[in-house]
Design a protein around this ligand. Structure first.
Ligand code: AMP
Length: 135
């Protein structure tokens, strides 16, 4: 069965898209650890990083860098975490490889139990803000 991320890629499920190439998509995490938390996902559905070809992994890293830079700039040059849960025992819930990019503005304290909720319209505003730094 297709992963939830493949369903997003195939536009069966909506997302707040940040960036897309032929081989990757990036969209806001629906249950973020901080505002702007974004997932960078290869379109080839595999569970683990090592299952991607070298070319796919290289393209994924390039998109990750592009998206991470835009996120940092959108949050005044904020630091950020890049996280990959590679497999179930590492905490992976969606078995489709993806990098989390989690903005860490000054004073932010990361706690994996603290998930935020976007208010009505806030996800779209956040997406627009980050996308404006890709241009
Ligand atoms: P992981 O535990 O590394 O597999 O992370 C999966 C992430 O996917 C979690 O942070 C979820 O909040 C996020 N997620 C699950 N469903 C969606 C969705 N429909 N749109 C955006 N993010 C999602």
């Amino acid at each position: 069965m297709a992963s939830i991320f493949t369903k997003i890629i195939q536009q069966e499920i909506p997302c707040e898209k940040i960036y897309e190439t032929e081989s990757e998509i990036a969209f806001l995490d629906i249950s973020p650890w901080s505002y702007g938390h974004t997932l960078v996902v290869p379109k080839h559905e595999v569970a683990k990083l090592e299952e991607l070809s070298v070319e796919e992994a290289t393209a994924l890293m390039t998109s990750l860098q592009t998206v991470a830079r835009a996120i940092s700039n959108a949050y005044d040059g904020a630091d950020y975490k890049v996280l990959l849960n590679n497999g179930e025992n590492a905490g992976q819930e969606v078995p489709h490889v993806h990098f989390h990019v989690i903005p860490c503005p000054k004073g932010f304290f990361f706690n994996s139990r603290n998930r935020y909720n976007y208010a009505e319209g806030e996800m779209a505003q956040t997406g627009e803000k980050i996308r404006s730094f890709l241009k």
